[in-house]
Design a protein around this ligand. Structure first.
Ligand SMILES: [Zn+2]
Length: 98
């Protein structure tokens, strides 16, 4: 179920998701070596990992805020606004910092 939901959301988002929050406090992360491959050096890779962690922590916080509504709302936001402009995603992106 988790994998199916993750796959579905990835398809709906129409983009490669680096990291994705699934059910409660379980956060699925892209393997570190794949993230590191995208950056030129360790400093940039670590900065990317910190940003992803803050992004996903915000999604965990959103789920705690709205434990029942989070997933239906998230799906609706993806359909209505697209990945980049979904309110939950915008909030998580703002939380990434630097
Ligand atoms: Zn996100």
């Amino acid at each position: 179920m988790k994998r199916a939901l993750s796959w579905l959301l990835t398809k709906l988002a129409g983009t490669q998701i680096d990291a994705f929050t699934v059910f409660g406090r379980t956060v699925w992360l892209t393997p570190a070596h794949k993230i590191i491959e995208r950056f030129d050096n360790a400093e940039d890779a670590l900065r990317g990992l910190r940003q992803l962690t803050r992004h996903e922590a915000k999604h965990v916080e959103q789920q705690k805020r709205e434990p029942i509504l989070f997933y239906p709302k998230y799906l609706w936001q993806l359909i209505r606004h697209g990945y980049q402009n979904a309110p939950y995603e915008r909030e998580a992106t703002e939380a990434e910092g630097e």
